[in-house]
Structures are given as structure tokens and as C-alpha cells.
Design a protein around this ligand. Structure first.
Ligand code: SAH
Length: 337
């Protein structure tokens, strides 16, 4: 059992099982989020407890194997897991703070044809500890504080629902990483049943929906998930989410030359989203190995954005960070050892 996978209350239960005092759990929990990598660093614990912990629990689950720095300051990390698998995580520096882009699965099942993570097959879900440790590794390595988290690395967060929610609650916990839910964004390809569950969780995080087209035939050609959860049903689920949570949804839209980037497409999208509490984030599609799509021209991207804004739909263009080191949206892969 890895202590990083546990809530404070669960660590308390473990201590009681060992015949230890419950309050020790608070001390251990605090050390976990100060980023210690050995039990010996928990200097306010008695020696015999440290020995017991060492004998019964794991403390570490991630290790930085490699990193690459982009000319824009973005850093991509190859992070090795205890079972020899690896994932990638990214540190992005913005004026308003540092953002960590986290992976939540080794590989992905969703099969979007513009995303490199889809091409690497699915191995397994990450545990809550493996998700959170990515933040601690990045902070330790870079010496920077992370203030924002995006679940936009490898994997589909709503396909690893329980572990992602647990990780978010631990990230959120004032005694954990103490990062407010409003600084956490979950991006999903649109798994409707779990969008409904998320609406009931009472977590104030940001929900981002990978839409990429307002037309079913085009969206299905890019994202197989659209066959199961078509646009009309997805939009109904989003409207329910907004009603329940009072939170604005972000629709992500990767602009692909000649596929979804005409003004007619913009008009169709504006009609679909009319009246919704939402924001459109346009992403110039990033090139992937053997990819079939090309980026739209800057003029087309700006025209698409302006068209939406004129129709009253707030739209912005996402900055392209880290594309020179394959760290941008859709470019993350896993490596085996
Ligand atoms: N599985 C989640 C997280 C994916 S990554 C999801 O589907 O939302 C975050 C965003 O990057 C998603 O909107 C995803 O569709 C987008 N993306 C993936 N590949 C991309 C590429 N090659 N260029 C631009 N955006 C891409």
C-alpha cells in the first residue's frame, strides 16, 4: 500500500490498525505534501514508528527519468513509475502562475485520431498517488510552486474517474497540496455518464469539453467516442452541468485546416452554443507523428475567433507552449523501459 494513495482518514485507520496513536497520521500526511522521499525525513516521528512504516508501506511512486526544456520555458518530464512504465507531465509558466499538465492513465482508450496519446495503446489507470506525485516531482525539480493543475496530459480523466476525483480532493485539501478547485481543470472527450456524476461531486473545478466540431459526422471522424455520445446528448449533459454547478464550461476546439475551420463551421458552432454559460478555447492543431491533419492558417484562426466573439460567444486562442519539444496538446506519449 502506498501512503500517497490515501486520505488523512485512511492513514488514521492504518495507524490504529498498527496500534499507533491516531494523531501521528496528521504528521505523516503533512510530510507527504512537503515532498519528502524517505520516511527518515519525517523527523517528528519516533524511530520505531518509522521502522514500522518502512516495513509496511510504500512512500514513493514516481521518479523523473528525463526532462526537456522548450525555448518558451515549458519543461516536459518523462516520469518513471514503480512498475517500469512511464508517462509525461508538463510544466508551463504563465504570467499568473505555473501550471502542471498531468497524465492520469498510461495510454488512452479513446482513439482520437489527432492525438499522439491515442496511438500508444492503453496499459492501466494511474493511482491517486501517481497523479499527485507528478506535481511534487515537478515542484522539486524546478524549484517552482505550482498554482494551477490541468488534467490534459495522457489519458481520459473521466475514464479513471474515482482515482482522478480522489487526487483532486487530496490536491484540494488544505492539509494536502492546498490548491483550490478553481485552479484545477479537467478536460474530457465527453463521457456523458461521468459528466453527470461530476456535477454531483460539489467540486468547484473547471470542466473542459473537447468538442472539435459541432457536426456529428466530422466529430465522429476525429473522435470515435462521438458514436456513443453524440453532440446533441453531450450538449444536454453540459447544460445540466451548468445548471447544477453554476459553473462556466470551456469547449476546446482544435482547428484543423479544411476540416472544421470555415466560417460556416464557426456559425454552426455559435448556433449550437448560443445562450450557454461557456467559453471556447481554440487550439491550433499540433502536428503528431504520422498525423493526417494540418494546422489552420493564422488568418483563419483569427477569423474563426472573431466570428464567434461577434456572435456573443467568448472565444480565445490557446497559446502554443512546448511544441518544439513535443510537449504541446496531443503530443504526449508514454515510453517503456
Ligand atoms: N482526454 C482528455 C484530455 C486530452 S488533452 C480530453 O479528451 O479532453 C487536452 C486537449 O488537447 C483536448 O482538448 C484534446 O482534444 C486536445 N488535443 C489532443 N491532441 C491535440 C492536437 N494534436 N492538437 C491540438 N489539440 C489536441
Amino acid at each position: 500500500m502506498n501512503l500517497r494513495d490515501l486520505y488523512l482518514s485512511e492513514i488514521e485507520d492504518e495507524l490504529l490498525k498498527m496500534g499507533e496513536k491516531k494523531y501521528r497520521a496528521k504528521q505523516i500526511f503533512a510530510w507527504l505534501y512537503r515532498g519528502v522521499t524517505s520516511f527518515e525525513e519525517m523527523t517528528d516521528l519516533p524511530k520505531d514508528l518509522i521502522e514500522k512504516l518502512k516495513a509496511n508501506y510504500e512512500l514513493n511512486c514516481t521518479k523523473i527519468a528525463k526532462f526537456q526544456k522548450s525555448k518558451d520555458g515549458t519543461i516536459k518530464y518523462l516520469i518513471e513509475l514503480n512498475d517500469g512504465n512511464a508517462i509525461e507531465s508538463v510544466l508551463m509558466k504563465y504570467k499568473y502562475g505555473n501550471t502542471a499538465c498531468l497524465s492520469n492513465q498510461i495510454g488512452c482508450k479513446m482513439g482520437c485520431n489527432f492525438c499522439a496519446s491515442a496511438g500508444i495503446g492503453f496499459v492501466r489507470n494511474l493511482t491517486p498517488g501517481e497523479i499527485i506525485s507528478q506535481i511534487l516531482e515537478i515542484e522539486r525539480h524546478s524549484g517552482e510552486r505550482i498554482s494551477n493543475i490541468v488534467f490534459m496530459g495522457i489519458g481520459e480523466p473521466l475514464d479513471n474517474y474515482d482515482n482522478v476525483i480522489k487526487a483532486i480532493r487530496l490536491i484540494n485539501d488544505p492539509k494536502g497540496l492546498n490548491i483550490g478547485a478553481r485552479h484545477i481543470s479537467i478536460s474530457t472527450c465527453g463521457l456523458i455518464p461521468n459528466i453527470k456524476r461530476l456535477a454531483e461531486e460539489n467540486i468547484q473545478c473547471n470542466l473542459c469539453i473537447s468538442l472539435h466540431s459541432s457536426r456529428d459526422d466530422v466529430r465522429t471522424s476525429m473522435m470515435p467516442v462521438n458514436k456513443k455520445y453524440p453532440i446533441s446528448e453531450l450538449i444536454v449533459a453540459c447544460k445540466e452541468y451548468i445548471e447544477k454547478t453554476n459553473r462556466r464550461i470551456t469547449f476546446e476546439y482544435a482547428l484543423v485546416d479544411g476540416v472544421n475551420d470555415s466560417l460556416d463551421d464557426a456559425n454552426h458552432l455559435a448556433k449550437l452554443l448560443r445562450g450557454m454559460l461557456c467559453h471556447v478555447n481554440l487550439i491550433p492543431v499540433n502536428k503528431i507523428k504520422d498525423g493526417i491533419y494540418e494546422k489552420s492558417s493564422t488568418e483563419k484562426i483569427l477569423a474563426f475567433r472573431d466570428f464567434l466573439n461577434d456572435k456573443g460567444i467568448v472565444a480565445t486562442v490557446r497559446r502554443e507552449l512546448g511544441s518544439d519539444i513535443d510537449a504541446a496538446c496531443g503530443q504526449l506519449v508514454r515510453n517503456n523501459y
